[in-house]
Design a binder for this molecule. Structure first.
Ligand code: SF4
Ligand code: SF4
Length: 361
């Protein structure tokens, strides 16, 4: 017996593209969605992802094709003109390729905080549906990941997706290797279904956005001569915001005993120290290691350097410094726009004065 199709247009595949950054769970979400469609929704499904260096923070694209059960999926080409694009991080909207191929009939789901609209949304073609959800905030509050929230939004936006089946698929995906995450993901999924917002009159594009394929910035004919840095000093404005998953380490100088343990565990050398003022810090006891430093004691007992704080340009938010700090001088705080800039240790005041920048102060 032929089952009635649930897809909006059974004559073709329904295509979804996730635009993300390593660490936000796009690949896992794509896998869960395609597997659930095959196992629990009587559909054919195919999924694959493409990523550059397998590093937290690098760009990830995940492609999901769904078709009726009697329609074999024999292509594994990237999805150029998607029915749905899900953007896992607003920073990606700055790149035209993120929204490439978006049609006036498409849906764009965007992980973005409430308030000012991310730049780039105005390019969306008139007629396309734009959905915003603060997936990062929900994920942080529920101790889940943005992918669980965005799967919830996806099921609320696409009626043909069986929400209960996708939630079961999500739970099954974590039940074996991370059972504690199941309840957190379920809460995040449920909130995603409820707490999204449809943005009207935001997209002003006159026509469908052109298809683009990722291309290397330089090829063999255009690359500069080996070893040349065409933009000297380019790493001063490095920005790892996109590698973090919602939490920032926050330094409290009052609690710090300058023991240096955080430096030992930080994988990216983000912690800034100074020799200035060393030996003048107040006496504080380290509860775990029974160390005491005091300006009153012999010179060799006073710390030879002082911890100043975190250089957030390189911090990827792994929070190892917090786990290691014996005095709670390092605590975590949900990252809000501009927080890292406000807490940034001033490092290059003379350079910023010259170029009028603020990053790295
Ligand atoms: S969160 Fe991780 S990367 Fe950032 S300062 Fe702490 S240890 Fe370093
Ligand atoms: S922040 Fe914590 S671990 Fe780092 S130097 Fe200060 S007390 Fe030690």
């Amino acid at each position: 017996m032929n089952r009635q199709s649930t897809l909006p247009d059974p004559s073709r595949f329904f295509e979804i593209r996730f635009e993300s950054i390593g660490g936000l769970g796009a690949h896992a979400a794509g896998q869960i969605l395609a597997r659930t469609a095959v196992l629990h929704m009587h559909l054919n499904g195919a999924h694959f992802s493409s990523y550059g260096s397998e590093k937290k923070g690098s760009v990830v694209r995940s492609y999901i094709r769904l078709g009726d059960a009697d329609k074999a999926i024999r292509t594994s080409a990237p999805i150029d003109s998607p029915d749905v694009v899900v953007v896992f991080h607003t920073a990606l909207l700055e790149q035209p390729i993120t929204l490439a191929g978006l049609k006036s009939s498409s849906t764009l789901i965007c992980n973005a905080a409430a308030g000012e609209l991310p730049e780039g949304l105005s390019r969306v073609p008139v007629g396309a549906k734009i959905v915003r959800v603060d997936a990062l905030k929900i994920a942080v509050e529920e101790r889940s990941r943005p992918n669980a929230v965005l799967l919830g939004v996806l099921t609320a936006t696409l009626p043909f997706l069986d929400a209960q089946a996708v939630l079961t698929g999500l739970s099954e995906g974590f039940a074996h290797h991370n059972p504690e995450a199941v309840a957190a993901n379920e809460r995040a999924f449920a909130r995603g279904r409820e707490e999204f917002e449809v943005l009207d009159h935001v997209g002003h594009g006159c026509e469908d956005l052109p298809v683009m394929r990722p291309q290397p910035v330089w090829g063999y004919q255009t690359a500069p001569i080996g070893g040349v840095l065409p933009l000297p000093g380019n790493t001063v404005w490095n920005d790892l915001t996109t590698s973090r998953t919602g939490w920032l380490p926050v330094f409290n100088t009052e609690e710090c005993i300058h023991c240096g343990l955080c430096v030992l565990v930080c994988p990216d050398f983000c912690l800034v120290w100074s020799n200035e003022g060393a030996g003048t810090v107040p006496a504080l006891e380290c509860p775990d290691f029974s160390l005491t430093w005091s300006t009153e004691g012999p010179a060799e007992e006073a710390p030879s350097a002082r911890m100043l704080g975190v250089d957030y340009r390189y911090c990827k938010g792994c929070l190892r410094c917090i786990e290691t700090c014996p005095t709670e001088a390092m605590t975590r705080e949900a990252e809000t726009p501009g927080l890292a800039d406000r807490l940034q240790v001033p490092l290059y005041p003379e350079i910023n004065k010259r170029v009028g920048g603020t990053r790295g102060n």
